[in-house]
Write a protein that binds this ligand. Structure first.
Ligand code: SME
Length: 160
């Protein structure tokens, strides 16, 4: 029997540590912020095998679609509505194991089965959310939460 040392990263942790290194190495100063955001989201989509990943940016009491990787998506989400609006208004990451069970879920794509939404802060205020969607149920856990919150902080550098 193999006993796992408590300090040994899990496969998922290893994957995120590598992804964050890849993200840091792909960022360049000389290009528009949209290029860096697009590359970060593109890396996330391919490395984490996501169905869709993107940003919704705060505009008053609404969230407007920002940069994304995947199919065209819903453009405006009211503050407090759906998974994105709930994460934005609470300032807390929301994990939804099965979107069919989330009251008030906003279905932009029939393929999405589970979802995690991370609020992004600028000057201490929720300014955007990072919406991460999988075609499988139960795709996200607290390990995803921890690392996606780090990635959300990296993304916040490119959001004015
Ligand atoms: N499902 C989200 C809406 C955004 S799409 O998934 C891209 C929600 O309930 O807020």
């Amino acid at each position: 029997m193999q006993i796992q040392n408590i300090e040994t990263p899990t496969d998922k942790e290893e994957q995120y540590l590598l992804l964050i290194k890849q993200i840091e190495s792909i960022i360049v100063d000389e290009i528009p912020d949209s290029g860096n955001i697009g590359n970060i989201l593109g890396l996330m989509k391919s490395e984490l095998n996501l169905f869709w990943v993107g940003l919704y940016i705060r505009n008053g009491q609404k969230l407007g679609l920002g940069a994304f990787q995947g199919l065209p998506a819903c453009t405006i989400i009211q503050w407090g509505k759906g998974v994105c609006g709930t994460a934005a208004s609470s300032g807390e990451t929301v994990i939804v194991d099965d979107v069919s069970q989330f009251p008030g879920y906003i279905a932009c794509h029939a393929e999405t089965a589970s979802e995690i939404v991370i609020p992004g802060f600028i000057n201490g205020q929720v300014s955007f959310v990072l919406d991460v969607d999988s075609a499988s149920t139960f795709a996200f856990d607290n390990t995803d939460k921890m690392y996606l919150e780090q990635i959300s902080q990296i993304l916040s550098r490119f959001i004015k």
